[in-house]
Every structure is written in C-alpha cells, then in structure tokens.
Design a protein around this ligand. Structure first.
Ligand code: SF4
Ligand code: SF4
Length: 87
C-alpha cells in the first residue's frame, strides 16, 4: 500500500488514472478537515456522508473513485490509498 498526501501538482493526471483504474480508496483525514462541506456537495455519487459538525466520512460502498472530492478539498484533507497491491 502506498499513500499520497497533497499531490497538488499531479491532481489532474491522477484523476484520469483514478477514473480508469478504480484501484484507490479515498478517505478524509479528520484532523485536517475543516468541515467546510465542499466535498459533500461535490460528490456525484452522494458517497460523502454529512455528519453535521463532525468531519464527513466516505462511504466506500457508494464511492466510485472519481477523485473529485480529493481535487476540490481546499485543505487537502482527502487522501487516497492504492489498494491494488501492484502500484
Ligand atoms: S472539502 Fe475537505 S475540508 Fe471540506 S469538509 Fe470535505 S474533507 Fe473537510
Ligand atoms: S472519490 Fe468521487 S465518488 Fe468517491 S467520495 Fe470522492 S467525489 Fe465521491
């Protein structure tokens, strides 16, 4: 497993890969999240669960790994992990 934190410069390219491969698991880091709600409104699959004043969480059963939440988070609080095992 390999984790990527704040790869701002590669976001667009990464998203293209993510859409094709869907081998990533997205998660929200509660210690960084400011609960701005942008990811909740942006997710096309309603996979980001609104928890009120608590940081939202991503429902893996709904997440399609499109990467939009990762791209739009103003605080880089969303990270993704490669779960393919092969990189
Ligand atoms: S966009 Fe980022 S900071 Fe805002 S609620 Fe989502 S994870 Fe938290
Ligand atoms: S990666 Fe896409 S589908 Fe998954 S939670 Fe983020 S915006 Fe929603």
């Amino acid at each position: 497993m390999e984790e990527f934190y704040g790869l701002m410069a590669d976001k667009v390219l990464s998203l293209e890969k993510l859409n094709r491969l869907k081998i990533h698991e997205f998660k929200i880091l509660p210690e960084i999240c400011r609960v701005c709600g942008v990811c909740i409104k942006t997710c096309p699959y309603q996979a980001v669960i609104d928890r009120g004043r608590e940081p939202p969480v991503i429902d893996r059963t709904k997440c399609d790994c499109c990467g939009l939440c990762y791209a739009v988070c103003p605080y880089n609080a969303i990270v993704f992990t490669n779960v393919s095992g092969g990189g």
